[in-house]
Design a protein around this ligand. Sequence first.
Ligand code: MSP
Length: 514
Amino acid sequence: MKSFYITTAIDYVNGSPHLGHAYEKVLSDVIARFRRQLGDQVRFLTGVDEHGQKVQASAKRRGIPPQQFVDEVSAEFRALLPKLNISNDDFIRTTEERHKKVVRTILQQLFDKGEIYKAEYRGFYSTRQEQFLQEKDRLPDGSWPEIFGEVTEITESNYFFKLKQYQDWLVDFLTKNENFIFPPYRQKQVLEFLKEPLNDLCISRPRERLEWGIALPFDDGYVTYVWFDALLNYYSAVADLPGVWPATWHVIGKDILVPPHAVYWPIMLHAANLPLPHGIIAHGWWMTRGAKMSKSTGNALNPLDLVEEFGTDAFRYFLIREMNVGQDSDFTREQFLVRYNSELANNLGNLVNRTLNMTTRFAGGVVPAAETGEDAETELQNLWARTRDEVLPLCEGFQFHAALERTMAFVTATNAYIERRAPWKLGKSAEPKDAALLRTSLATMAEALRLAVALMQHVTPATTEKINAVLGYQPGATWRDELGWGSKLTGRKVAESLVLFPRPAPADKAPAKP
Ligand code: MSP
């Protein structure tokens, strides 16, 4: 069995989770579930980033100790996961001893190898980003970009990791491994970034400035820079599990690709003699009216509100259907409603209702065997074969939005097939030929429904399960074996009805628009 280890970024716990955080979990979950369906041995990690200045400051504002603060906020992030039906195997917190132990060990190893040195540094420091800035970070007019917040000039002694000496190695590595970063154009951006000389990385913060962090094992007067600490979570969570490291994919947002994930992380691993991950998936941002959704801009949407109103699967479906992995998407309630109504309620919901209703009315609730395969049936079966053959590679290449679009087109075609066969007319005929065609059409629509939801299983797992249950069907252990057109439903007793995607409450009762 192939080992497949997937991680999400670990979220800062200085605010509540928003739609952007939820998306990353759902996307990673969809990949994890898809790989499990293909038979891989999947390990799926998510978690929280609990150290650093921002957390220390937030705790101070609340007047509580940082540990108490992170316990509270982390619980909120953790509670989101079951609500989104996330199938993670582990949840890591960077304040856990298992993580701190690994960070200390690696720091000590790097220090002993001479990869870390102490030096005095005078420079401009951004508290918001918790990093020293360089002249090249300035805007053309000499000011500092907004994202850095307040910038002050400071002089202090610190520990530095010898990043610079690995620049050529990294360029060479990325040139040889051109699919290290998905989407590929992001890899080009990293190589572009690497055309400028790197500086060594300051990996310590003096205790008097920041207490809330992991003490350097070789100098108790300092704590570890939060990124150096946080990145190691991917490894620390599985350090004791044989055969899991290296990670297959790190799923992150594009804002934390360069430099942390695409520059610091590969170099840290290489310097520590650890294998590199197979790759990094950098997704885009959810925006509101063109601006990145974030806690600090105050335009963040609470994912739980949407889950409560529309259900987990509709929420997951929308996020995956709407966003092309890597690109940005604007979130609007209108667009959510369009997809909910037209694709889930009207298209898929309609197929479910018709199948259950007509099988009940015309066949005593038992799926008949197909008898006569004519053009209409052959066409639908051929479309199915094409759909399946396109959808699998699309999912393997993270084009889940396109995969769902194809699957929905198949559902649309199945509804059109039902219109064409008009079982409600065939049911009125006394002709044996029509009775045979009726049985065939009932078998065909049920089989098409079973197949369509099998193909959506990683995106809408609960819906697929519910539909299989009302079809009286229990899928076999091997997902691929479920994807062939056949007669698996013949003789199954179906339920009379299933309400899957109820009409949303009228606008005046719905929560305010984002
Ligand atoms: N703690 C760091 C990550 C450390 S990983 C070793 C961090 N945390 S974060 O809470 O700011 O962001 C967590 C993830 O959510 C990141 O991958 C980030 O890109 C993603 N998102 C935050 N806002 C987002 C949107 N508006 N849209 C999509 N995802 C975005 O960075």
